[in-house]
Design a protein around this ligand. Structure first.
Ligand code: PMV
Length: 321
């Protein structure tokens, strides 16, 4: 394949329906790519690499810097990014940026786009940049649609194996999941969420509390029960399980007053089946499953930085030029 003079790729954000944090300890997680994307464009330039017109900076452009370090031996690049995914808010902005950047570099190297290779490269990028991560967000962003991550390949109704991911001793099996239509709303609080800090906080909790592991295992059980409820199309049960998953995240210490206020308002809204944190927590976002998404969005909007109805995005990484 020829090396193009310019490449562009986009990748979606995600919501985690069940299993954040527990997935870091080898439990299952279930996520859905959403109709908000990050687009990256790249082309050679004569002198130093720039991002959106600014010199590449290891602090401000950590993910891009890491992706270049691992996957680019060519000369300087002009990179432009554009995103409608709220940043540092638990809806997968860093994963989408990593996925789209890795895909652009793959194209500029003259290689065909392979979502699995992109997912693996983007996971390495996130892991090296954040210090700890599961391949959850980068897999969903690369594959699109519904994705179940589990410690081994599972043979379950509505679930098909996608690919496996290894890192050191750890191993994850990614699966494609057929999900029913899910009326979901995301509400983001003003406080940003740093995934690495929240992951470290949960690690301290799990290491210092005898029942920490039990909470993590409980989240794993909820995820698999949620998968079955989704397969039956039983949204009422899915909502109850989302509430239970949220209580576990609260116990792990990643709830916050801002998130609790949003959860409370969401649960009081007419038509709500359930609501939970999505992503690392501490700040960031909640996801609400509701019969009346427009009404929930209207109620949450004045309390949030962003409140929006989400649609699934069945496309993962897309080459756009
Ligand atoms: O980066 P976020 O906020 O979407 O959270 C990712 C999910 C975690 O389980 C908290 C971390 C991980 O790497 O799986």
């Amino acid at each position: 394949m020829d090396r193009p003079a310019r490449a562009a790729a986009s990748a979606p954000g995600k919501v985690i329906l069940f299993g954040e944090h527990a997935v870091v300890y080898g439990e299952a997680s279930l996520s859905l790519a959403i109709n908000r994307r990050t687009r990256v464009q790249g082309e050679p330039r004569p002198d130093a690499t720039t991002v959106n017109g600014y010199p590449l900076d290891t602090v401000h452009h950590g993910y891009i810097h890491q992706a270049l370090r691992a996957g680019w031996q060519g000369g300087p690049l002009r990179l432009e990014t554009h995103s409608d995914i709220p940043s540092a808010s638990g809806v997968g902005s860093s994963a989408a940026l990593s996925v789209a950047t890795v895909a652009v570099l793959q194209r500029l190297r003259g290689e065909a786009t392979d979502p699995r290779q992109v997912a693996l490269g983007a996971f390495e990028t996130e892991f090296e940049t954040q210090g700890a991560a599961s391949p959850n967000d980068t897999t969903v962003s690369s594959a699109g649609g519904g994705v179940l991550l589990a410690p081994r390949a599972l043979d379950l109704p509505g679930v098909q194996p996608l690919w496996e991911i290894h890192r050191g001793e750890r191993r994850w099996a990614a699966h494609r999941v057929r999900l029913p239509s899910l009326p979901l709303v995301v509400a983001t609080c003003a406080r940003k969420s740093r995934t690495s800090e929240q992951v470290a906080k949960v690690r301290r909790f799990v290491e210092h509390n005898a029942f920490g592991r039990d909470v993590v295992k409980e989240i794993g059980r909820i995820t698999l029960e949620g998968l079955h409820a989704l397969d039956r199309g039983d949204l009422r049960r899915v909502g109850q399980l989302m509430n239970r998953n949220h209580e576990c995240l609260h116990t792990l210490g990643v709830d916050s007053p801002e998130l609790a206020r949003l959860i409370d308002a969401a649960r009081k809204a007419p038509g709500t089946f359930g609501a939970k944190i999505t992503g690392a927590g501490g700040g960031g976002s909640i996801v609400v499953l509701t019969e009346e998404p427009e009404e929930a969005r209207r109620i949450l909007e004045p309390l949030s930085l962003h409140a929006f109805v989400v649609q699934p995005d069945l496309h993962g990484v897309l080459i756009e030029a």
